[in-house]
Design a binder for this molecule. Structure first.
Ligand code: EPZ
Length: 417
């Protein structure tokens, strides 16, 4: 298992350019197979999840060509192939193949997904949507079998605000007969990104970004070209790293509106923030105020940024309470921060963080993608000693060019093993 080595205590300074959004890319790539002709995606992040999806689409008979940050999917010779095991288990977002194959062929056999295992991650709302559209769904030996002679539009109320279910139902409904209404839909920017691609392909989707989405099914979809939105989670992580190291960093290629919740919290702490059209400048200060943070669905503070935020809150002068209302147990990184000297107490869905405790270098383990980011940030704040973060393969799933980006900002960080 590879390890990241971090000799911290150096303020990050300079400019970091944010890549395309992971949580868009892992939905846009499978969405491309709904088209009859080639789809080109620009601003693609260089992540292991995207590489796995390239293999999955090839297994389905698509011709996938890639350059640096561009992918072209030619679905002309695509066929519905059962994917009960193998690559589908390597990432959570493989479940988008269910909606895409169902929408294209009326059938799908997909192994239950893998991915970050910080807590059980059900897909009952995805299945509720597929069944409402007229599909029969069974779980046979750990693989979801979905069949529909004809998908028909329906009104679907999501019992839980779910990013994945909202996107998956959109994928299945885009070519269904009639109108589908998704109520209590999620509003994340990545969902808007997927709808933008589908509409460029000829779909008729309205209301995305609100809690009610209307999809009027069309008979076929065609190829197009689409540029992926910047990764707001990656951007928030670098903003927090700049504040935690008392640095001065310009986070470039962002949509400031997507960063509003993080920006607001950093301002409350006393971090200096300057917003530009497509960039945000973050200047740290020696003293920070404690703040309470509630991780909520968009436009609330993103749950994917709560763990990096926890590392920063260990540096505040006072007690902060961090509560995750999306996941009930996304605090597996806390014992690792405590190993570095943090003073954190878990109470139900909340972490009570006593700031003002200087962290020290230690050997720690990333338990998931965002936990890894939190530990890297903690290591960057520690002057003296080398923090060793194992589980780098998790971090590589969500942060492309992490070591080179941080090194360019002045961090002393390297891979070992
Ligand atoms: C997406 O996961 C993201 N992943 C996650 O980011 C992110 O944490 C999450 O949305 C919330 O914002 C991708 O986009 C690939 P959900 P998703 O369905 O879609 C419950 C990262 O670090 N739920 O919005 O799987 C679920 O248990 C990853 O980049 C059901 O109960 O999340 C959770 O409590 C981690 N039944 C809540 O809803 C369902 O059928 C929100 O989950 C689906 C979800």
């Amino acid at each position: 298992m590879e390890t990241l080595m971090i000799a911290g205590g150096r303020p990050l300074k300079g400019t970091v350019t944010i890549s395309g959004a992971k949580n868009s890319a892992v939905a846009l790539v499978p969405a491309a197979i709904l088209a009859e002709t080639p789809v080109t995606l620009d601003n693609l992040p260089d992540l292991s999840d995207v590489a796995i999806y390239t293999e999955l689409l090839t297994e389905l008979g698509a011709v996938v060509s890639r350059t640096a940050d561009q992918m072209t999917v030619d679905p002309t010779s695509l066929r519905s192939v059962p994917l009960p095991n193998g690559n589908v288990k390597k990432l959570r977002a493989s479940y988008y193949l269910m909606g895409a194959l169902l929408g294209r062929f009326g059938e799908a056999v997909i192994g239950l997904p893998g991915g970050c295992n910080f807590e059980p991650r059900p897909i009952d709302q995805h299945i509720k949507g597929f069944e409402a559209l007229g599909a029969r769904v069974t779980n046979e030996g750990g693989a979801i079998h979905i069949r529909a002679s004809r998908l028909t539009g329906a009104k679907i109320y999501l019992d839980v605000v779910s990013v994945g279910a909202t996107i998956n139902i959109m994928l299945a409904a885009a070519r269904a007969k009639g109108v589908t209404i998704i109520e209590n839909a999620a509003k994340e920017p990545e969902i808007i990104d997927v709808a933008t691609l589908l509409n460029s392909m000829g779909a008729q989707i309205k209301g995305v970004g609100t809690e009610t989405i209307r999809i009027e099914g069309v008979d076929s979809l065609h190829g197009c070209r689409h540029s992926i939105i910047p990764d707001r989670i990656q951007a928030g992580t670098y903003m927090i790293a700049a504040a935690a190291t008392r640095g001065d960093v310009i986070v470039d290629n962002v949509i400031p509106k997507h960063m509003e919740a993080v920006t607001a919290k950093l301002l409350e702490m006393g971090v200096q923030i300057t917003e530009m059209d497509e960039a945000i400048r973050v200047v740290g200060r020696p003293d920070y105020e404690p703040v309470d943070v509630k991780a909520l669905v968009y436009p609330g503070f993103a749950t994917d940024i709560q763990s990096p935020m926890a590392s920063l809150l260990t540096q505040a002068n006072g007690v902060s309470i961090l509560t995750d209302y999306v996941y009930s147990n996304r605090f597996k990184y806390v014992p690792e921060l405590i190993r570095m000297g943090a003073n954190i107490r878990l109470e139900g869905r909340s972490a009570v963080i006593q700031g003002g405790t200087p962290l020290s270098a230690a050997k720690v383990t990333a338990t998931d993608l965002r936990a890894g980011a939190a530990l890297v940030i903690a290591g960057l704040t520690v002057g003296g000693g080398v923090t060793e973060v194992s589980g780098v393969e998790f971090i590589d799933r969500g942060y492309d060019n992490l070591v080179s980006n941080l090194s360019m900002l002045g961090a002393e960080i390297w891979r070992q093993g």
